[in-house]
Design a protein around this ligand. Structure first.
Ligand SMILES: [Zn+2]
Ligand SMILES: [Zn+2]
Ligand SMILES: [Zn+2]
Ligand SMILES: [Zn+2]
Length: 186
């Protein structure tokens, strides 16, 4: 089991942290974090980061915040999660593979562990993980409304599409002026 320890809410490597005089505190919402995460993975893609061990993501795929995150042991997977976001009460011993390697509906997929890290029988089902959250379907269970994402095999699930399609300009403005000292958690 491996951990990573950056934090978004604490400003983990994400720009200036000096307070700039008096300014209205910005309430840090789940929508902010989602958009920040999208910007984060897009930047990593532009820079070609995230294909090798040691290049795991610093933010939880479920809630998009940082802190102590659990790293997935599936080969080539760079996603990270809080234990609480995976309903894990204790750190799994041995292998732990994240929700992107099992269908959320029928359970098929190449994962060698279940959500709690217990061994299970993998199969060859082709999976369609959502680009921006842990929701993953096999080809047979994939809802028609899912949006295909390039040639990576990833999709954007129905819930995440809502955020992609809404007007994010206000959120973006907040994030451009990113300063952790100005944000209060909700
Ligand atoms: Zn989380
Ligand atoms: Zn994974
Ligand atoms: Zn399925
Ligand atoms: Zn999603």
């Amino acid at each position: 089991m491996r951990f990573n320890g950056d934090s978004f809410a604490a400003g983990g490597g994400r720009g200036p942290s000096k307070a700039r005089g008096k300014q209205e505190a910005i309430r840090l919402t789940a929508d902010h974090l989602h958009l920040a995460y999208v910007m984060y993975i897009e930047q990593r893609e532009r820079e070609g980061i995230g294909k090798s061990p040691g290049e795991e993501e610093s933010f939880c795929l479920k809630c998009k915040d940082g802190g102590d995150v659990l790293l997935c042991d599936f080969e080539g997977c760079v996603k990270s999660y809080h234990m609480r976001c995976c309903s894990l009460k204790k750190v799994p011993e041995g292998l732990w593979e994240c929700p992107r390697h099992r269908c959320i509906n029928c359970g098929s997929g190449p994962s060698q562990t279940d959500s709690q890290g217990h061994k299970r029988e993998p199969d060859g089902a082709k999976l369609r993980p959502c680009r921006t959250c842990p929701v993953t379907y096999c080809d047979r269970c994939l809802p028609e409304a899912s949006m295909s994402e390039g040639d990576t095999g990833e999709v954007v699930c129905v819930d995440c599409q809502e955020l992609h399609h809404s007007d994010n300009s206000l959120l973006e403005r907040d994030l451009m002026a990113w300063n952790p000292d100005l944000f209060t958690s909700t």
